[in-house]
Design a protein around this ligand. Structure first.
Ligand code: TRP
Ligand code: ZN
Length: 871
């Protein structure tokens, strides 16, 4: 190995900070060739620290140029401190002192997009998790909370807008056409919540009056050309502020709340106190340029970042192992918000689909870790589906076990007890226990035990006694570093239906043992169990349903989620049989059962229209792959295509009628009902195109050119491009390019549609597109639209037999390892799953991982993922 191995950090080694920083004063002089940062820290020894005369150890990135360091006005010489790659240590310090530190940094060449950097000519920051140490030397850990005062100085013409956290308290002019603004944030916060923005920005302004009557000024900043795309984010913000007051009794606490949209951003958005910074993809929205899915994403991300003001900022994390304390809880909060303002069942179906495909795969892969990890090399690698989505499921289970009232009492106690503190997931659970009187000792294992539990359910019916016995057995497979697994405490929501589909009883079972039997008496007949309603626990539940029983659940379950799930179970089971046939070289037959049940859903006018599109969607290729021992990507793809085609032909009239019924004139609105209607309409269009008949191509082309909204236009584009109508697809791509070449986010869709095209030639096309003038390898959104879309959304082409897809990805990882390690490491995911594929593919994937590992100066981000994948 050519590089020094990064250190592993362990939760068990946690120690309280040796010093506290009561106040942090920052002055930034922003310029084109360098930025000067003067930090004045009011430091005192932590009375709770382990040592009586501790050295002061500050974090500092190797890129920091130290200009001057002084204590209480006395300039330190080189002999007074030691600098390593990552730290600066001053051995002799007083009990209490003022440290002044002048550093020079280079945001203009910062391509990692961590710390202070430039995005399209504007300055912005990303400090979570450990970006602040790229700005100045500092105890960059979340349990050091400080009151910040920030002065930003910059050229007035280029950077008329200067922002930081809190309230503006002073503005003025400096020499050389520069101006300054000073911002004070009265709430103590860790450095990861610090933010700064400087640029020539337009703003949408509004206000919100809190339930106690305080008026808060709301400002959303963006480039001038995007000013007309901010209304949806503003409306979403106000909805979220109101919801948090209604549901959690939480009000906003500053006089001003700002959001800034930036084009270069590693993730979705960031909850910096009073100054959220958003990826443009999570804030801009307009009917003509934005799909329904993106409208909903904007709404939920705006809400998510807003909710962090309490779950994350007022109460923050003690250390990064506790990340799910804020992320799991906040994802749960934003999911409930979306469920309340849109369709609850649809939201649940979408979230569970993500969890069962991507999070379950993570739990079964080489990077599997508990919701509260116990070690890491690079914390950026742990902003995962496990910490976010499974973490939210864990909070949801507490909600199910306690019920809404006691959960709310627990949340109140948590916020009241820990306001202004940096705490642990255990503190969260303790507040829930104390408020409810329930014992969650065993439940805590959800935080420390990795892997997805299997729950096997079986029933036995005693006709004479009218008694049904339901047995549940749980087990969790071993994960890296955790061989032994203990039984978990899980809520299993259930209902029992009679053979006519009427509900006999319903409730929540609490499974705590490895095996447990629940007895139901006085039943009129052999019941059909509806299990894990609403997906009440993040587990793989199996039950040996007959086809008729699944049909019954699909038709009559009172739980909307389980109706959908019954259809999915039926489809998965039949498709796995077809995949076996395909692999054995047998002809594949479409089971009539599936056609019948799809027909019954299509024709049933009593169904919730919001659910119909979901009920009629075949399980995705990634979800099917999850159900296979060894993944045969080609078989999965071919079977799914064949099934689509046959469903298309068998139900052609129904698809057309449903399509027509779902077309509706009138102005576009992104409400749940209209979204459901468009989603059904475009699902029907997809099935019609799958027949390969010219008439439906004409229909799609008409929809494409006449659409007044991006949802319909994009659906027509991607359906035709991915269909057998190859020439028509090319024509549409050209038309789309010509129409939208000046809209960056729309062009990301143009890249992604081509990258995810399953037809041969996709790799060559992606390679060509990487040279397109609108592609920019420094922009993470572009990398996601082209490189990630190909590697993660186009399994048949990524897994091409000659290994070309793997080589392509490895080349990109090696290139991005230097410029943007966070994004490089995230792109790696598809290669890390090599164990799931046939031997020949495994060998090729592994050799690419080995090639990456041999690279000189591998970032800790990439090193951790690659080395753990090969272990
Ligand atoms: N705290 C952010 C959120 O979930 C996540 C985030 C934004 C982030 N940008 C990041 C995490 C950069 C790591 C690196 O809302
Ligand atoms: Zn978050």
């Amino acid at each position: 190995m050519s590089q020094q191995q990064p250190q592993t950090i362990y939760l068990k080694d946690y120690q309280v900070p040796s010093h506290l920083i009561a106040k942090t004063e920052l002055r930034f002089e922003l310029a084109e060739e360098e930025t000067l940062v003067r930090a004045t820290l009011h430091v005192r020894r932590n009375p709770e620290g382990a040592q009586a005369r501790p050295a002061l150890v500050l974090n500092g990135h190797p890129s920091l140029e130290l200009c001057r360091l002084s204590i209480d006005g006395q300039v330190l010489s080189e002999r007074d401190f030691q600098r390593t790659d990552e730290t600066l240590t001053i051995t002799q310090v007083p009990e209490e002192f003022t440290l002044e530190c002048l550093t020079r940094i280079h945001p203009e060449t910062n391509t990692a997009l961590e710390g202070l950097y430039k995005s399209d000519g504007m300055f912005c920051t990303q400090c979570e998790a450990e970006g602040f140490r790229r700005i100045t030397f500092y105890p960059d850990r979340p349990d050091v909370m400080s009151v910040f005062s920030t002065t930003v100085v910059a050229d007035k013409t280029r950077y008329p807008i200067l922002l930081s956290n809190g309230n503006p308290v002073e503005t003025g002019e400096e020499d050389d056409g520069r101006h300054f603004v000073t911002w004070d944030d009265p709430f103590p916060k860790p450095a990861y919540l610090f933010a700064l923005v400087a640029g020539d920005l337009a703003v949408l302004e509004d206000s919100y009056t809190t339930s106690s009557g305080r008026k808060v000024s709301l400002k959303i900043y963006a480039e001038r050309k995007d000013l007309d795309k901010l209304d949806h984010a503003m409306a979403s913000l106000k909805k979220a502020m109101h919801w948090d007051e209604q549901v959690y009794g939480r009000e906003y606490d500053l006089d001003i709340y700002m959001i800034v949209a930036v084009d270069f951003f590693n993730m979705g958005a960031m909850e910096n106190k009073g100054l959220n910074i958003f990826n443009t993809s999570c804030v801009l929205a307009s009917p003509k340029t934005t799909t329904d899915a993106a409208f909903q994403r904007v709404e939920s991300v705006v809400a998510h970042e807003y909710f962090h003001n309490w779950s994350g900022n007022r109460v923050t994390c003690r250390d990064w192992f506790q990340l799910s304390l804020k992320e799991g809880f906040t994802v749960f909060r934003d999911a409930e918000f979306s469920a309340d303002v849109n369709s609850r069942t649809v939201k649940r179906v979408e979230d569970v689909t993500l969890l069962r495909t991507a999070q379950f795969a993570e739990d079964g892969g080489p990077m599997a870790h508990p919701v509260r990890p116990d070690s890491y090399m690079e914390i950026s690698n742990f902003y995962t589906l496990t910490v976010y989505e499974k973490g939210a499921e864990v909070v949801r289970m507490i909600h199910s076990l306690l019920g809404p009232e006691q959960f709310r009492a627990g949340a109140d106690l948590y916020f009241q007890r820990h306001d202004g503190q940096a705490v642990t997931t255990d503190d969260f659970v303790k507040a829930m226990e104390d408020a409810s009187g329930r014992d969650l000792t065993q439940f805590r294992r959800w935080y420390s035990q990795a892997g997805t539990p299997n729950v096997e359910a079986s029933g036995s019916w005693d006709a004479e006694q009218g008694r049904y016995r339901l047995t549940l057995r749980q087990s969790t497979p071993a994960t890296p570093g955790q061989d032994e697994k203990l039984p978990l405490h899980m809520p299993i929501a259930y209902g029992l239906l009679d053979q006519q589909g009427r509900e006999l009883s319903a409730g929540v079972l609490e499974l705590t043992e490895s095996e447990q039997t629940f007895v139901f008496d006085n039943l009129p007949g052999h019941p059909v169990p509806s299990l894990l309603r609403g997906f009440s626990a993040p587990v793989k539940l199996s039950f040996d349903y007959s086809d008729e029983e699944l049909m019954l659940l699909l038709k009559s379950d009172t739980d909307g989620f389980n109706r959908w799930d019954a259809g999915q179970r039926m489809a998965v089971r039949l498709m796995l049989g077809m995949i076996d046939d395909y692999r054995a070289g047998r002809s594949i037959q479409v089971p009539s059962l599936l056609v019948e049940s799809w027909a019954s859903v299509l024709r049933d006018r009593s169904l919730d229209p919001a659910m119909v599109a979901h009920l009629l969607r075949l399980p995705g290729e990634a979800y099917l792959a999850e159900q296979c021992q060894t993944v045969d990507v080609e078989a999965i793809h071919e079977v799914r295509q064949a099934l689509r085609e046959q469903l298309a032909n068998a139900l052609k009239d129904d698809w057309l009628q449903a399509y027509k019924r779902s077309c509706q004139d009138g102005a576009y609105t992104p409400d749940a009902e209209s979204i459901a209607r468009r989603s059904l309409k475009n699902l029907c269009l997809g099935y019609l195109l799958a027949t390969g008949e010219d008439a439906w191509l004409a229909l799609a082309e008409e929809q494409f050119s006449r659409a007044d909204n991006m949802t319909d236009q994009h659906a027509a584009l991607s359906l035709v491009v991915h269909s057998s109508f190859r020439e028509a697809g090319e024509r549409m791509l050209d038309a789309f390019h010509n129409q939208w070449q000046h809209e960056a986010l729309v062009m990301n869709q143009w890249f992604a549609v081509q990258a995810s095209d399953p037809w041969p030639g996709a790799l060559e096309r992606v390679q060509r597109l990487a040279e397109h003038p609108l592609f920019d390898e420094r922009n993470p959104n572009k990398l996601r639209a082209l490189i990630a879309a190909f590697c993660a959304q186009n399994p048949v082409r990524f897994h091409a037999e000659d290994g070309s897809g793997y080589r392509f990805l490895a080349d990109w990882i090696i290139k991005l390892n230097t410029s943007n390690p966070q994004v490089a490491s995230r792109l790696l995911t598809p290669l890390t799953r090599w164990k799931r594929y046939p031997d020949a593919a495994q060998a090729k994937m592994k050799s690419e991982l080995e090639r990456i590992l041999a690279v000189d100066k591998l970032s800790p981000d990439v090193y951790e993922v690659v080395s753990k994948s090969l272990a």
